[in-house]
Ligand binder design. Structure first.
Ligand SMILES: *[C@@H]1O[C@H](CO)[C@@H](O)[C@H](O)[C@H]1NC(C)=O
Ligand SMILES: *[C@@H]1O[C@H](CO)[C@@H](O)[C@H](O)[C@H]1NC(C)=O
Length: 372
């Protein structure tokens, strides 16, 4: 009898463990992208830096980091700043890429930053994961070459042989370190083994792959009076705009995937990227650079608290554009109001030797259209 009671007790404990584990990783996926909360990092932390002597719990937004992420920051002094700036650049890039669309990458001051869209599995979710993971990789790789992270330097390896009139040298952006760091840091926010988990990890990696594959050779001439007798070349990161443009293309052509658990036995429940398969079996499997999603996007037309969409009311639109930024599409057919606004601009500027410019003030009327 006592053995049975013990067994029952153990089972109850297991169920308890399993359910609390699920609570943290289930459909709500509450830990997903939690690190984005450091976008709210007080700017004072910039010079506080992350030196060994500073407690990393001073800023409340750092409490959003996992233990592993905090350890990574401790082990790589100087890395907190590029993580935060990389995230900020990614947010800026997201807003730029989507400025003319119904979903324009809205962000909030709340720790979730991107709102409920990140708990979904649509194209927009995919873009957010890819660009933020790319942003961190980009900023960390650049900071290594600028010498502001203690644990990395310029990449001095040579990706190939030189040429007859040039050789490798100089300081390459440390894309390897940036990629490895982003993988460790960003991906450790994701937990589970389900479709959402695999999708988020795939899109994180897609962003990084885009940064990696857009590295370009850059050279500097040496020689008498600007002649280019000898050149030194190194590898340089693409701008985040280039990465954003390419990821936006992948957004438009993203692949819808399903979780395919073909032929795997129950013993191996580990998440395997091979389980991501195109929903349409006649399509090619997604490549490393493709963004993947698993559910349709909401239409983003209306405010919807449950979906976390703000709607397009009040957005300014272009009355003559037939595209997505046109009033017809952006306002979802609800119509728009037109206002004229007086704007004072500097005009008829003249340059006076030396050295000042004087201008007149011109008043122009500007016509503004806003969605109803
Ligand atoms: C509005 O759309 C038209 C047609 O696409 C374009 O030529 C024009 O530059 C746009 N105006 C603004 C302010 O973006
Ligand atoms: C133009 O406007 C600015 C402030 O709006 C004012 O300081 C300046 O004197 C004006 N210039 C002229 C030429 O009226």
């Amino acid at each position: 009898m006592r053995v049975v009671a013990l067994l029952v007790g153990m089972r109850a404990a297991c169920v308890l463990l399993a359910s609390s584990w699920l609570a943290g990783t289930g459909a709500d996926s509450s830990s997903s992208g939690r690190w984005w909360g450091i976008a709210n990092l007080a700017s004072s932390v910039n010079h506080l830096t992350d030196s060994k002597h500073v407690q990393l719990v001073l800023d409340p937004s750092l409490a959003l980091l996992s233990r592993r992420q905090r350890r990574l920051i401790r082990q790589n002094p100087g890395v907190l700043h590029p993580i935060a700036t990389g995230l900020h650049s990614a947010i800026k890039e997201c807003k730029w890429q989507f400025r003319n669309r119904r979903w324009n990458c809205p962000t909030t001051q709340s720790p979730s930053i991107f709102g409920k869209i990140i708990n979904r599995g649509c194209r927009e979710t995919a873009f957010v994961f890819a660009i933020t993971s790319a942003g961190v990789m980009h900023a960390v790789a650049r900071s290594c070459s600028e010498g502001t992270i203690e644990s990395c330097t310029c990449d001095h390896r040579h990706p190939g042989p030189g040429g007859p009139d040039w050789h490798w040298g100089g300081c390459s952006d440390n894309v390897e370190f940036g990629q490895a760091f982003s993988r460790e840091f960003v991906d450790s926010s994701e937990r589970g083994s389900d479709l959402r988990y695999l999708t988020n990890l795939h899109n994180n990696e897609a962003g990084r792959t885009m940064v990696y594959s857009e590295m370009r050779q850059e050279c500097k001439c040496h020689g008498m009076s600007g002649s280019c007798t000898v050149r030194t070349c190194w590898m340089r990161l693409p701008s985040l705009r280039v990465v954003g443009d390419l990821l936006k293309d992948r957004f438009d052509g993203a692949s819808r995937v399903v979780y395919a658990n073909k032929g795997s036995n129950r013993a191996s429940r580990r998440a395997d990227p091979r389980h991501l398969q195109p929903e349409n079996p006649t399509h090619k499997p997604p490549s490393a650079r493709d963004l993947v999603y698993f559910e349709k996007s909401p239409n983003f037309c209306y405010y919807n608290r449950k979906m976390g969409t703000r709607g397009t009311m009040g957005r300014s639109c272009n009355s003559s554009s037939p595209a997505l930024d046109g009033c017809e599409l952006l306002c979802c057919g609800r119509g728009y109001r037109t206002q004229t606004e007086m704007v004072v601009e500097r005009c008829h500027c003249t340059f006076h030797w030396c050295c000042h410019v004087s201008c007149l003030n011109c008043t122009n009327t500007q016509i503004l259209h806003q969605c109803l």
